[in-house]
Design a protein around this ligand. Structure first.
Ligand code: PEP
Ligand code: MG
Length: 566
């Protein structure tokens, strides 16, 4: 039995298809007597064939309503259309007398090594994208050799697999995926989740442990891969798979229920976290009762300059209108940290997560902050808007942000532009300072939303992207639970609601604890909504309160996890 990390849940039994390593290395041979013009023609033809394939994949993803996948493929298309890249390849052919495949391999490799030098997860993801495109182009030039075809339904076993290779398989035929490559936050994981393919990543040498055609069981719920199971195990897992299917069908029925505890003593609102307008359909489809976190920064990323007020207005208006009358909580710009925006020109920082990030950037670039607030105010007319400021660490920051908000309102009034006068304004509680000062902050806002992703990072002093300190990032750490409890009590004293929009909110194991601690709203990826609703409906409020009080007395994350049955 082998173990890795489950990144997409489910159970599958089937024959293995072992995916061979890409062709990258094989293509570095140089040819001295090449026909430069003919090789350049071949390279251009490969680029345009790849572009055609990617177009088809974008369409396929749109048909399957796999927005994440579509987004990734659109990024691939943009890289492919970058004139610098093709110029680089053509110049390698002409100046270095390389064949088309060798020029492509070399050009992509130098791009990739440049990116690898930058210690930033966003660039690391670009490396995957570039490798993926490199494989695609080389496979085209090799006449299709190295492309994987699937006949029948199979379990993919690979050292690593590219995002586009994964989606180019007919996903009805991919029963499960197991890889050596680890990457719970990689694009492959995002796609596997989006397509509902049970996936376990991070099993060392898995591609050499399984042979083509071996019968394999993938239990991506309990994190187990069984190779050549006997008949007894096959039967046992066939039953487990059926039970899991029934469980999922049950959830489908639950997606539109209210998340009331069993005794009806408490109702929790279940909201969605989104970043793009195209996600509004899935909020409704999955039974979301609103948006608890709209990460507005995606509108500001991947571009050369600040988005103008009009463009922002159109975006907010579209999201609000799609979801009206449901509440939509828009978080103002949260960049800096690991989300760099080149046009802001933030000076290089030793500790970017402790530097100019989120509200600190908005307050430094006040004119731009006011533009965002004006656009939001104008859009408020079209739905039920709530505004939330990220990373507040001191009351002055909140007061300054509210002052800019008032200025934006004054301007609009002077210009005779309408807005909703009753917009609720809240903050993310994601720094220990905000949690500790929550009794004071609560007097100045209409709601709190706890961001456990950053609250963990800042409380435990463990960079959220640094795997060496991953062991510390556990939201069951008693220090985190105590801060959550403190925030909820401060909110209750001031009579304001408190939600949670960090990853902890989507963990069904944590649901009873969060209900017991007194959270009013949980916000998560739309796909998790029905599962959480179901988890809440199975809670008895009194028992949850007793459980949370017990959890608050514990000393380690492990003890809390054991109490909750993780
Ligand atoms: C959080 O910090 O918990 C959060 C929801 O915000 P983000 O993950 O975008 O920083
Ligand atoms: Mg955060």
């Amino acid at each position: 039995m082998l173990q890795g990390s489950c990144v997409s849940r489910g159970i599958a039994i089937g024959q293995a298809k072992v995916i061979k390593k890409a062709l990258r290395k094989a293509s570095h041979e140089e040819k001295q007597n090449i026909d430069g013009a003919a090789e350049a023609k071949k390279a251009k033809a490969a680029f345009s064939e790849a572009a055609g394939e990617i177009e088809a994949l974008i369409k396929l993803a749109a048909d399957k309503k796999a927005d994440d996948v579509k987004h990734i493929m659109e990024a691939h298309k943009a890289i492919l259309e970058d004139p610098v890249l093709i110029e680089m390849v053509l110049s390698r052919i002409q100046k270095d007398a390389l064949s088309a495949p060798a020029a492509i391999a070399a050009s992509f490799d130098s791009f990739i090594s440049m990116l690898l030098e930058i210690d930033d997860p966003v660039f690391q993801q670009r490396v995957f994208d570039l490798k993926d495109l490199q494989d695609r182009l080389l496979a085209i030039l090799n006449g299709g050799e190295g492309r994987q075809e699937l006949t029948g339904s199979l379990i993919l076993v690979a050292d690593e697999i590219s995002p586009s290779a994964l989606i180019s398989f007919d996903n009805r035929k991919v029963l499960a995926l197991v890889t050596e490559l680890d990457g719970a936050t990689s694009h492959v994981a995002v796609i596997a989740n989006s397509l509902g393919i049970p996936t376990i990543m991070g099993i060392p040498n898995i591609h050499n442990k399984v042979n083509e055609g071996d019968l394999v069981i993938v239990d991506a719920i309990n994190n187990k891969v069984l190779i050549k199971p006997d008949e007894g195990l096959q039967k046992e897992y066939a039953q487990k798979r059926e039970d899991y299917q029934k469980y999922l069908q049950g959830l489908e029925k639950d997606k539109n229920i209210a998340a009331c505890t069993l005794c009806g003593a408490r109702q929790i609102e279940i909201h969605a976290n989104i970043a793009f307008q195209k996600e509004t359909a899935s909020v409704i489809d999955q039974g979301g009762e609103g948006v608890g976190l709209l990460r507005s920064e995606f509108l500001f990323m991947d571009r050369e300059d600040w988005p103008a007020e009009e463009e922002q207005f159109d975006f907010y208006k579209a999201v609000l209108s799609d979801l009206a009358p449901l509440p939509v909580t828009v978080r103002t710009l949260d960049v800096g940290g690991d989300k760099d925006i080149p046009y802001i020109n933030i000076p290089k920082e030793e500790n970017p997560f402790l530097g100019l990030r989120a509200i600190r950037i908005s307050l430094k670039y006040e004119a731009q902050f006011k533009i965002q607030l004006r656009a939001l105010l104008r859009a408020s007319h079209f739905g039920n808007l709530r505004i939330m400021f990220p990373m507040i660490a001191a009351l002055e920051e909140l007061l300054q942000a509210k002052r800019v908000f008032d200025l934006a309102k004054q301007e609009l009034r002077a210009e005779g532009l309408a807005y909703d006068p009753d917009i609720k304004v809240g903050i993310m509680v994601e720094t220990p300072a905000a949690a500790i000062l929550s009794d004071v902050l609560a007097k100045y806002v209409d709601f709190f939303s706890i961001g456990t992703n950053d609250l963990m990072q800042y409380t435990l002093a463990a960079d959220r992207n640094n795997n060496s300190v991953k062991y510390l990032r556990d939201y069951f750490e008693p220090s985190i639970l105590r801060l959550i409890d403190l925030v909820v009590r401060s909110a209750a004293k001031s009579g304001i609601p408190v939600g949670m929009c960090g990853e902890m909110a989507s963990d069904k194991i944590a649901a009873s604890l969060l209900v017991g601690l007194g959270l009013d709203e949980l916000s998560m990826s739309p796909r998790k909504i029905s599962e959480l609703k179901k988890a809440v409906t199975q809670c008895r409020f009194n028992e949850c309160v007793a459980l949370s009080q017990k959890a608050l007395q514990l000393e380690t994350a492990e003890q809390v996890a054991n109490l909750l049955g993780r």
